[in-house]
Design a binder for this molecule. Structure first.
Ligand code: 13P
Length: 242
């Protein structure tokens, strides 16, 4: 199974900046074997990004998607629109979607099912916040998010799971490799025989990538701020594969 190294640009980069980014990335990235690199720009940049990365090894991802195909859903993006521009991945249930925009496990579950039905590979994000961690609730929270997020789905082969502890996102305080491994093993246990990749997200940098990936159950990363610089993303891929 290839490693998945994903960049979540969140609400960053205009289309002009995206062009610059992809020019650097596609020129300098050596297309490392054994790694799938996925880049998820903001929705408005998706179709431009699809043009920029044509014939490159980069996989395109969306940061969100709605669970219906068309209709009166102002501001939303349909899986058909993503399919049309050959967007291969979609990040679903990111903690920012859950906490700022009120997404529930049930909403996320519908989106995961719709993405699968349209051959878009969901990256289902789960993670505990600081208070939950301190109260020793991490595993209970993750179990609920995972079971509800995957409710009614038998085969998770085409789903990637991103473990993103909320306390590690954008804080510079990454989980330790040991902590990430313990949690990934717990997630693997819940998934059973399923082949999903379990990737880690939360303050991953070129300095932490190598040690984190050396853990057996860490199958890749979902990266925010460090991936906003194309050369840092390339460096992280290098560190993850050396
Ligand atoms: P940072 O890498 O900026 O902590 O963000 C992680 C993240 O939320 C990726 O989805």
């Amino acid at each position: 199974m290839n490693l998945l190294i994903g960049a979540n640009f969140k609400m960053n980069k205009t289309n002009t900046e995206l062009l610059e980014y992809f020019q650097t990335f596609t020129t300098e990235y050596p297309n490392t074997p054994g790694v799938d690199v996925m880049i998820a720009p903001a929705t408005i940049g998706l179709s431009k990004a699809a043009e920029f990365i044509e014939n490159s090894p980069i996989h395109l991802g969306a940061q969100n998607m709605f669970s219906e195909l068309s209709g009166a859903y102002t501001g939303e993006t349909s899986p058909l629109m993503l399919q049309d521009i050959k967007c291969e991945y979609v990040i679903l249930g990111h903690s920012e979607r859950r906490t700022i925009f009120g997404e529930t496990d049930e909403m996320v579950n519908k989106k995961v099912k719709t993405a699968l039905a349209h051959n878009i590979r969901p990256i289902l994000c789960i993670g505990e916040n600081l208070a939950q961690k301190e109260e020793g609730q991490t595993k209970d929270i993750l179990r609920v998010q995972l079971e509800k997020g995957l409710a009614g789905i038998e085969d998770t082969t085409n789903i990637d799971i991103a473990y993103e502890p909320v306390w590690a996102i954008g804080t510079g305080k990454s989980a330790t490799p040991e902590y990430a491994e313990e949690i990934h093993m717990f997630i693997r246990e819940i998934l059973g025989q399923q082949e999903s990749r379990i990737i880690y997200g939360g303050s991953v940098t070129e300095a932490t990538a190598h040690e984190l990936i050396s853990k057996r159950e860490v199958n890749g990363f979902l990266i925010g701020s460090a991936a906003l610089d194309p050369r840092r993303l390339i460096k992280i891929v290098e560190e993850a594969t050396r």
